[in-house]
Design a protein around this ligand. Structure first.
Ligand code: PAF
Length: 282
């Protein structure tokens, strides 16, 4: 497996594959890869003859005071995981490769409404940074299909909408969240948890699962369920930003005919801001 940093080199290789009739699958990441990423890379192989993984910690999606500088960077381990999963190429650009004209004054892609709710409300500019870098990565790599984890459910919704709105010729696929054996969603930010916080962290999935059961059994008093979720998280030692029950198709509050729900939460535990979600399909 080869590691490439230059966009022009990636593009030339992808073009050569596609000219031969080979499909290209793409898994964009910020590195510090874990089993959740590995599942995406392995699944990518079932969609295409060639698989490319990118590792790029995108400064544009971090707000002031967030963890851009300290975000875990583990290039040697990442390279091994990508190779072990059978990818063809690792694309690992530097900031200047992705932002050759600089970040200041850069074109920003804003997917309105959906970017400003839930996590967007607590991380202003975050989804604009995500949409912008994913559009750039799609333009650099020009994949046929791209895979993202459903743990970042809102991110996936933003990327799907951006891809449709901008007529990007990429099929966007979401894959189920990969969890630790105690239910904690795998995330690079889990390493911010102390040993004590790590034992508490699975409560987030348990609390989501309780709400999931209530919705599945027909409860529709969303405000009360959301309030209970916030209270349970607080009682367990989290500082929750939100606990919300939404229609999975648009992330808006459910309507009477909603049949696919997603329950999403973001909550701080010490240094870590954990996000997770569960779905209910009726
Ligand atoms: O989910 C991530 O790792 C990042 O937000 C992404 C999609 C690679 C964009 O930087």
């Amino acid at each position: 497996m080869k590691t490439i940093a230059r966009p022009s080199e990636i593009r030339a290789r992808v073009k050569a594959w596609q000219v031969q009739g080979e499909r290209v699958a793409f898994v964009p990441t910020m590195g510090n890869l874990h089993a959740g990423h590995a599942a995406l890379v392995k699944q990518a192989r079932t969609h295409a003859e060639r698989v490319i993984v990118s590792v790029f910690v995108n400064p544009l999606q971090f707000g002031p005071g967030e963890d851009f500088a300290t975000y875990p960077r583990t290039p040697t381990d990442d390279e091994k995981i990508v190779a072990d999963c059978g990818a063809d190429l690792l694309f690992r650009p530097e900031v200047d490769d992705v932002y050759p004209a600089g970040q200041r004054g850069h074109t920003i892609i804003n997917v309105p409404e959906i970017s400003d709710i839930l996590c967007g409300q607590f991380r202003p500019g975050h989804f604009q940074g995500v949409a912008t870098v994913v559009a750039k990565l799609f333009n650099i790599v020009r994949p046929d299909v791209a895979l993202f984890g459903e743990k970042d459910f809102q991110q996936l919704a933003v990327i799907k909408r951006m891809t449709i709105d901008l007529c990007l010729p990429v099929e966007v696929i979401g894959l189920p969240t990969v969890r630790e054996s105690d239910g904690l969603a795998m995330s690079s930010r889990n390493r911010y948890l102390s040993a004590e916080q790590r034992t508490l962290a699975p409560r987030i999935f348990q609390i989501l699962s309780e709400a999931q059961q209530h919705i599945g059994k027909g409860r529709r008093d969303y405000a009360a369920l959301e309030q209970a979720g916030m209270q349970q998280l607080t009682a367990a030692g989290f500082k929750p930003d939100y606990f919300a029950i939404r229609d999975a198709s648009n992330l808006l509050p459910p309507e009477t005919d909603s049949h696919h729900f997603v329950i999403l939460t973001a909550a701080r535990l010490g240094r870590a801001r954990l996000i997770d979600n569960v779905q209910v399909r009726l």
